[in-house]
Design a protein around this ligand. Structure first.
Ligand code: ZDP
Length: 280
């Protein structure tokens, strides 16, 4: 008995995937998801993702709980994992090219399994206005680019981008030197972010190569964050520091990110791996 699950990860950002095609509501409560994500008392993961039936012309719906039980609008690495999970459920041969239309709380996303095993996701357009992030760092209909933010007794110059979920990006000389565990929570819960925020520190190594460390809203330090990598490339382009196509190196490995100049969508390409299946 129990519920069958499969663990996948994208660059070490790990998720418990559940076949929830039989119902439009997730089969776990937020509290159960917290217990399943616990790395000592549970399965261990950065989040739980449910593959629900599609609606309004989409193939599937994605819902996700963070490891603290909060529900984010979107999840970049998670939607790559979801695409592979669905292909496995549907019995699609490995290395077949297939695109899914996935409904999320941030709109429709299009992950595509590539013949080489990588997954590319059309993440849609970034949102840049303060009201859309949301943040009070600028007037509601203005962008937040290199704005000062007081955290831990220091003034940081931050740029904010929404990929459906909120991101606050700070450019630094050396990402290794940032005391992430100490300051991450203070960015996440700063009063300037009414829905809290994901927090990325970026070191521009070259215009086509960025290094990133992340403190995720509701999950803390993770090895990778797909929406964060996309938001960070947008911030780097807006501040004149990078090309529209770059490699973003995360602790768990590299993602390829492109901000299309023609349709303004973000395209994220990276790996997915299945870890194991179990029952809980
Ligand atoms: O916005 C949030 O609350 C994030 N913690 C959601 C998860 C983001 C993720 N790491 C990603 O890859 O985009 C899954």
């Amino acid at each position: 008995m129990g519920i069958e699950f499969t663990k996948y990860h994208g660059l070490g950002n790990d998720f418990i995937l559940i076949d929830n095609r039989g119902s439009t509501e997730p089969c776990l409560t937020a509290e159960e998801a917290v217990r399943w994500c616990d790395r000592h008392f549970g399965i261990g993961a950065d989040g739980v993702i449910f593959a629900l039936p599609g609606q309004d012309g989409t193939d599937y719906t994605m819902r996700i709980f963070n490891s603290d039980g909060s529900e984010p609008e979107m999840c970049g690495n998670g939607i790559r994992c979801l695409a592979r999970f669905i292909a496995d459920l549907e019995g699609i041969e490995p290395n077949t090219s297939v695109t899914y239309r996935i409904r999320t709380l941030a709109g429709v996303m299009l992950p595509r399994l590539e013949p080489d095993g990588l997954v590319t996701v059309d993440m849609g357009e970034p949102r840049l206005l303060a009201a859309e992030i949301p943040t009070t760092l600028s007037q509601p209909n203005e962008k937040v680019i290199n704005q000062p933010l007081e955290v831990a007794g220091q003034s940081w110059s931050v740029t904010c981008v929404s990929m459906g979920n909120p991101h606050c990006i700070t450019f630094v000389e050396d990402v290794v030197a940032i005391p992430l565990a100490a300051i991450g929570p203070q960015f996440e819960c700063h009063s300037a972010f009414p829905k809290k925020t994901n927090t990325e520190f970026i070191q521009v190594v070259r215009p086509d190569y960025l290094k990133m460390r992340v403190w995720e809203r509701g999950a803390g330090i993770t090895l990778a964050c797909g929406t964060g990598a996309c938001a960070s490339l947008v911030a780097a382009v807006l501040t004149g520091q990078s090309d529209r196509r770059a490699t973003v190196e995360l602790p768990g490995g590299p993602l390829q990110i492109e901000w299309s100049a023609s349709n303004h969508h973000l395209y994220m390409t990276g790996p997915v791996e299945k870890v194991f299946t179990g029952r809980c």
